[in-house]
Structure formats: structure tokens, C-alpha cells
Unconditional design. Structure first.
Length: 332
């Protein structure tokens, strides 16, 4: 009797162990195939961290006042097997043609594999940057399973367009191999197709369209690997269209000179526009331009000149209505 009871208890224990094993096996299979509690690799976590820093930097630039602003240089690295793509609000990089074949677009945004890139559904109607993992296959179009979205895309409000430098002309400090082309070069980290239409930089250094490209940052493309880079991030707002351009490049002495040149040109243009409005007695428009100079370029000769002109307007008799309650920071 006692022995039979022991056997019964033993079978009960065995049954419980087997049931637990089945549950554990089912749980393992479920987690493996569903992605729940996914274990993030060190490379993937590094890619996500760098990606979020870039998104935070862009967001901080977008809320800064003024039509031109630059961020503090950031250390950026995309590990091998990962790709960052900047999707414009109005995306035209999902085509099958190069810019030479079809100047009207849409284009193959990535020149690394001559491929168009479809904008993720979560970004429709907005600009965004997205992090992809290149797991297998090398074509966004024909093998979507080979490019997996990692984490979520970061979206941005407004009409935003992203670009990188397409070659080394006009001191844009990129690393393309041939002047005037966007051919892949082993020293280059940003490697998208040339961008059309022309970004709204007017007569700024590098304004021509063949000096910009889609923002596609590869951790690996051919023999190019994701070594750490110091990135320069720039915002420019085209007042006529209210379109915002985000430009990203390796930080170099040439890029620093570009930054100074653009600042000088914008400040001078704003002052000239303000003086033109002043001479036409359009005081509200004049002060708007002068205030933009002061807000964007404080403690500069441009700002001091703008303050003098605002003071000249507001010293008139009778005083223009636009001068009522004007902030003292806009006066000499």
C-alpha cells in the first residue's frame, strides 16, 4: 500500500515536470517568433542610442528661433549592419530611377545599392528619421524582409527636408571620389543619391542641387564601415516657402567656414530687406526683418546695425504703431 502510494506520487511529480517543460518550450517558441522580450545586441543598442541623440539634436534645432541655426557637434556612429534614413515630409526617394535618368523623380534614394526606399507607414504625412537593420538581402524594394525597422521612427512637425553633402566641391567637405558626381567612395559615410529640386539656399555656398544628396547613413556599404564621426547638423528655413532644410555633414574646417559664410549672407540679406521696407515706409515689415537679425545674430555688427535702424523708425514723429511696447532688447 505504501509502495503504491509512492509510485502514484512519483508519477504526479513526473507529470508536473513534463507539463512545466512543455510550458517553458511553448514560451520560448512564442518569444522567439513574436519578438516579445527581444534581447537587444550591443551593436543594436549602440545604434539606437546614437539614433536617438541625432533625433534629439534635430528637434532642438527645429524649435530654435531664426532662419538658420547649427547644433553643437555630436559624436555619431552607425554600427555595421545598420542604416539611418532621413525621410522628407514630401518623399520622392522611393523610385527606381537615378537623377540622371529621370530628373523629375521619384528617385533611387540610396546609391549604395541603387535602390528606392519606401517611407514607413508611421511617417506618412510627416518628416522623420528611421533606423533600419540590414539583416539579409540588399534591396529595400525587392526584399523588404531584409531591412527591418529597429525601434520607432522619430517624426518631426512641419515641412522638413533632410540632406547630406554630395561631393567635395564648394567646401561641403564630403568624401565622394569624383568631382561633380555622387559615385560611392570608401571614405564616405553619408551615401544617398543626388537631391532634386534645388534646396532653398539661394546663393549660399553649395546651393546647386548636385552638391546635396538624400540622407542615407550606412554603417557598412561595400568597404565603408561605421567608424565614429563628428557630425555637423544645420537648420535653414526658406522664408518664402516655410520649408525647413536639415543638412548633416562631417565637421571640418570647410564646414565651419560654410557656417560663417551662410550666417553673414543671411544677416546681410535681412538687413537689406529691412532697409528696403524702411525706405518704402513699410515699418512693420522693416522691423520684422531687423528683429530677425537681432534674434539670430546677437552681439554682432549686424545686430547692432539692426537696433540702430529700429531706433530710427521708432524715433519718428508721430511714432509708428508697430513701435508700441517694443522690447528694449531691440533698441541700442
Amino acid at each position: 500500500m505504501k509502495k503504491r502510494g509512492q509510485i502514484k506520487v512519483t508519477w504526479t511529480v513526473i507529470g508536473a515536470v513534463l507539463a512545466a517543460a512543455v510550458i517553458l518550450l511553448f514560451t520560448f517558441v512564442f518569444i522567439t517568433f513574436s519578438g516579445v522580450f527581444k534581447i537587444t545586441s550591443e551593436a543594436e543598442q549602440a545604434a539606437i542610442n546614437n539614433f536617438k541623440v541625432l533625433g534629439k539634436t534635430i528637434n532642438e534645432l527645429l524649435v530654435q528661433p531664426g532662419i538658420f541655426a547649427t547644433a553643437r557637434p555630436i559624436q555619431f556612429q552607425v554600427p555595421n549592419g545598420f542604416i539611418v534614413v532621413g525621410f522628407d515630409k514630401n518623399w520622392y526617394g522611393d523610385g527606381t530611377d537615378s537623377t540622371e535618368d529621370n530628373p523629375a523623380g521619384p528617385f533611387e534614394a540610396s546609391i549604395c545599392h541603387d535602390e528606392g526606399i519606401d517611407k514607413p507607414d508611421q511617417c506618412l504625412g510627416q518628416a522623420c528619421i528611421c533606423l533600419f537593420q540590414d539583416t539579409y538581402g540588399d534591396d529595400f524594394k525587392e526584399d523588404d524582409s531584409g531591412h527591418v525597422l529597429i525601434d520607432t521612427c522619430i517624426t518631426f512637425d512641419g515641412d522638413v527636408s533632410f540632406s547630406g553633402p554630395a561631393d567635395n566641391n564648394l567646401n561641403l567637405a564630403n568624401c565622394e571620389g569624383e568631382t561633380g558626381t555622387s559615385d560611392y567612395d570608401a571614405d564616405c559615410q553619408i551615401d544617398g543619391e543626388k537631391k532634386y529640386p534645388v534646396p532653398g539656399y539661394g546663393t549660399f555656398p553649395g546651393w546647386r542641387s548636385d552638391f546635396y544628396e538624400f540622407l542615407i547613413i550606412y554603417g557598412e556599404c561595400g568597404d565603408e564601415f561605421g567608424e565614429p564621426k563628428t557630425f555637423y547638423v544645420e537648420k535653414y528655413v526658406d522664408i518664402s516657402t516655410q520649408k525647413t532644410y536639415i543638412f548633416i555633414a562631417n565637421k571640418t574646417a570647410e564646414i565651419e567656414q560654410r557656417e560663417k559664410n551662410i550666417n553673414d549672407i543671411i544677416a546681410k540679406n535681412l538687413l537689406d530687406n529691412g532697409m528696403s521696407a524702411f525706405n518704402s515706409n513699410e515699418f512693420e515689415r522693416a522691423i520684422l526683418n531687423f528683429r530677425q537679425v537681432i534674434d539670430s545674430y546677437p552681439n554682432t555688427t549686424f545686430a547692432n546695425n539692426a537696433k540702430i535702424q529700429i531706433n530710427n523708425i521708432c524715433s519718428r514723429d508721430p511714432k509708428p504703431q508697430v513701435c508700441e511696447n517694443i522690447d528694449a532688447k531691440y533698441l541700442p
